[in-house]
Design a protein around this ligand. Structure first.
Ligand code: NAI
Ligand code: MN
Ligand code: ZN
Length: 336
């Protein structure tokens, strides 16, 4: 089978590899569509601290189950599935409190083990979520990025009368906009980015007001409006201090970033307004919820997609995705 392998940092190849066999409790998926994420690019360039090499990348993928391991019901063969990349032990402290995404021995498919930019991939049977016919193959890999928004909003508990502010209108910011508007019915969703093209996408994805902070600071443009719910989906370490300064008293702030650089902020900036800070990593069993949202038409994954490429053009697809945020948002690979 053909697989996208990062042999070592900087070295991406489309390699011929043996087809994996599903272990007991695993299924094998014949992958048909997979989407590119910033973290795939980071693994390629050696900037993901968790990645081990060589690695088949890809953690956003969809396909059909074509083989099952010893303890899996053979009737699952033929199921159309989206695969949750979060593989957890099921019994450590975080797993026991419903937070398998921060399992003490967390393994992420496409990061710690081989992933879905490949004609076939294996995964624990419980990670393969059956999709209703109403979700088309070519959009089904987008369940995963929406689970990030599902996870952080579960902490933030958005209300219709919140004034929400989202930093960053990349894929993560856009999924957050759609979930705040379509699922939670938040009436005011404000979005800030530095690229006008990304802000136009934010509007297409439901943002009520957009702000470009490339020349003028956001504070000056908000004219005293104090957001009650803030999501940092741009993830520069300087954003937390600005968000705390702009926030309404009693606001909630959600952080998604993984930067190793310190955030500089005083206790006073947080405590004087009694701000709540939530962090969110990947997703804790949120595939069923997102699949349900898609089936109900509450979110529109097609609004994120700008490009489709065949697997053979992986290097071109990854380079375009990385270098051209003005024209690219979600880039989807087609395997066959
Ligand atoms: P992206 O790079 O496509 O989007 C980021 C957007 O933020 C860009 O449009 C950029 O112009 C904008 N931006 C950057 N600095 C800004 C600033 N100071 N003010 C306003 N806008 C600014 O990335 P993507 O895929 O949307 O991911 C966003 C972040 O989320 C990344 O840092 C990624 O590591 C993180 N992430 C976290 C996950 C988690 O589970 N916690 C999962 C996936 C991504
Ligand atoms: Mn992703
Ligand atoms: Zn665990």
């Amino acid at each position: 089978m053909k697989s996208v392998v990062i042999e070592q940092p900087g070295e991406l190849v489309l390699a011929e590899r043996p087809q994996p066999q599903p272990a007991p409790d695993e299924v094998r998926v014949r992958v048909t569509f997979a989407s590119i994420c910033g973290s795939d690019v980071h693994i390629w360039h050696g900037h993901n601290p968790f990645a081990q090499y060589p690695r088949v990348i890809g953690h956003e993928f969809f396909g059909v189950i074509d083989a099952v391991g010893a303890d899996v019901d053979a009737s699952r063969i033929g199921e159309r599935v989206a695969v949750d990349p979060v593989v957890s032990c099921g019994h450590c402290y975080p797993c026991s409190v419903g937070r398998p995404n921060v399992c003490k021995t967390l393994q992420v498919i496409g990061v710690h083990r081989d992933g879905g930019f490949s004609e076939y991939a294996v995964a624990p049977a419980q990670n393969a979520h059956r999709l209703p016919a109403t979700i088309p193959d070519k959009l089904a890999s987008l369940v995963e990025p929406f689970t990030i928004a599902a996870n952080i909003t579960a902490f933030l508990k958005p209300q219709a009368d919140d004034i929400a502010l989202i930093y960053g209108a990349g894929p993560m910011g856009l999924t957050a906009i759609q979930v705040l508007k379509g699922v939670y019915g938040v009436r005011q969703v404000l979005v800030v980015d530095r690229l006008p093209e990304r802000l136009a996408l934010a509007q297409e994805n439901g943002a009520d007001r957009v702000f470009n902070n490339s020349e003028f600071p956001l504070a000056a443009q908000l004219e005293g409006v104090q957001p009650t719910l803030i999501i940092d989906a741009a993830c520069h370490p300087a954003i937390l201090a600005e968000a705390a300064a702009l926030a309404s008293p009693a606001a909630r702030i959600g952080l998604l970033g993984f930067s190793g650089e310190p955030c500089s902020i005083t206790q006073q900036a947080l405590t004087s307004k009694e701000l709540s800070l939530f962090t969110s990593r990947l997703n804790s069993n949120r595939f069923p919820q997102v699949i349900d949202w898609m089936e109900q038409g509450l979110i529109q994954p097609e609004k994120l997609v700008t490009h489709y490429f065949p697997l053979a053009e992986i290097a071109r697809a990854m380079t375009l995705f990385e270098k051209d945020p003005r024209t690219c948002c979600k880039v989807i690979l087609q395997m066959d």
